[in-house]
Design a protein around this ligand. Structure first.
Ligand SMILES: *Cc1c(COP(=O)(O)O)cnc(C)c1O
Length: 449
């Protein structure tokens, strides 16, 4: 790391004798200066480890503002953004309706410790769109949603075992941070330091897209109905319905983690698209309009086991937060059937454009489309999109890193990891996609040159 500057202004730079590579001698904030300074106060300079560019190399750009399909870093560089807060943003950044809703709500106070009409409306809206969610409880993140769902499933069934799938991601919840053994091994092993074996001893990790045979020890099966954290992997026909049937056979709960797919894949999320009803559904991301939120929805008889009606504890100081529910309501209000039709077309157009550009430049890559979600897989290890984690892992990560940086240099922001989805939204209109095509082409030409 180069020299750290205490402040990113001209006088401080002079005092610190900072080098042009740090602040470019402009006395203006630089990405590197702010990132280095952040790293003195925040471990690794990031508040979510995936933002740190570890898997692609280099250092992150530091965002100062965003609007629509674009973000600007602190140096004033403009990027067409396909990260969109990892899917939390679907209308584009700083959408006027969402911003106005937050502003109006903020004027009424930001948290009370009492019920509010906005949380009622958002719960009703979710129930209307996803009929399996007869009751909805809010919390502050997708992670809290999945951890609550684990506790609820165990409390309701009186069983301990949780089944998950390789390559599915359910947030930073101990019981769901299990790494599977190799191949068909089902033993839960801690997926990270700090998770004791006991915490995952009852978590089985199985291959995605294969319906397992369950037994009566299983409390719940957690699944991303479309996997969007190992690239984008569609459920094979019969997988979700097979899980439903198998859960019913042994009396286990089927939990859909729709933190990404909820209100992104379709008006009714993955459950509407695939016509399979979950017992519990976890939400986050889109339902907060870009503010922190999480929710668990599900069957009334299951949900009523949550405190205060039932014996499974749940509470949260900021749960059902007025700003987050206001932003979420404003976002859902814009997410009409017509807009989903539009988003489907844009996802297809983005993928087609990327395919053309990559193949014209001789760079092997696949861009699978599942509804409004676009995935990526690099290299020529597969002749069709991956169907499970083992296949997803054949992506050429080194190639991805090169593509990632070439795109960034040409004003296109992808997530700094080879297993993320590409997020298009309402702000990625035809003119943005045209401009994106030009930038992608220039970036790939620079790579093959
Ligand atoms: C993002 C994500 C989570 C975690 O949500 P946070 O709000 O980041 O805690 C859980 N499940 C899936 C499928 C996700 O994509």
């Amino acid at each position: 790391m180069s020299r750290t500057v205490p402040f990113c202004d001209a006088a401080a730079c002079e005092r610190a004798g900072c080098t042009p590579t740090v602040c470019r001698g402009l006395g203006m904030p630089s990405n590197d200066a702010i990132f280095e300074r952040s790293a003195l106060a925040i471990p690794g300079g990031v508040n979510s480890s995936i933002r740190a560019f570890r898997s692609v190399g280099g250092r992150p750009y530091v965002v100062s503002r965003a609007e629509g399909a674009r973000v600007w870093d602190v140096e004033g560089n403009e990027l067409i953004d396909l990260v969109q807060s990892y899917g939390a943003i679907i209308l584009g950044h700083a959408h006027p309706k969402v911003t106005e809703a937050i502003r109006a709500a903020a004027g009424d106070g930001t948290s009370y410790g009492a019920p509010t009409p906005r949380e009622m409306k958002l719960a009703e809206e979710i129930r209307t769109r996803v009929p399996s969610c007869e009751r909805v409880r809010f919390m502050n993140s997708g992670t809290e949603a999945t951890s609550t769902a684990v506790r609820l499933a165990r409390g309701v069934t009186g069983r301990k075992r949780i089944v998950t799938f390789h390559g599915n991601f359910h947030g930073a919840t101990d019981a769901l941070l299990a790494a599977g053994g190799s191949g068909l091994a089902t033993l839960g092993l801690p997926g990270t330091a700090g998770v004791p074996e006991e915490a995952v001893a009852n978590t089985w990790v199985l291959p995605y897209n294969e319906v397992p045979v369950l037994d009566a020890d299983v409390a719940a099966v957690f699944v991303e109905p479309v996997a969007a954290n190992m690239g984008v992997v569609a459920p094979v026909p019969g997988f979700l319905a097979g899980l439903r049937a198998e859960c019913d056979r042994v009396g286990a709960l089927l939990v859909f983690d729709e933190v990404i797919t909820g209100f992104r894949l379709a008006r009714g999320g993955a459950q509407a698209k695939y016509d399979v009803r979950a017992d519990l559904t976890c939400f986050g991301k889109v339902i907060g309009g870009g503010l922190p939120i999480g929710a668990v929805g599900g069957r009334r008889d299951v949900m009523e086991n949550l405190s205060p009606l039932g014996s499974v504890f749940h509470a949260g100081t900021l749960a059902g937060n007025p700003l987050a529910t206001a932003a979420g309501l404003a976002a859902l209000d814009e997410l009409t059937d017509d807009l989903y039709v539009e988003l489907l077309a844009r996802a297809r157009r983005l993928a087609a454009m990327l395919r053309d550009s990559f193949s014209a430049n001789g760079i092997p890559a696949q861009f699978p489309v599942v509804g409004t979600l676009v995935g990526m897989h690099f290299g020529d290890a597969l002749d069709r999109p991956p169907a499970n984690f083992a296949e997803a892992k054949t992506t050429d990560e080194a190639l991805y890193a090169r593509v990632f940086h070439a795109l960034l240099d040409h004003g296109v922001a992808l997530a700094p990891g080879a297993y993320e989805a590409l997020f298009v939204g309402a702000a990625h209109d035809d003119s943005v996609l045209d401009e994106l095509a030009t930038r992608v082409d220039a970036a790939l030409r620079s790579l093959s040159a």
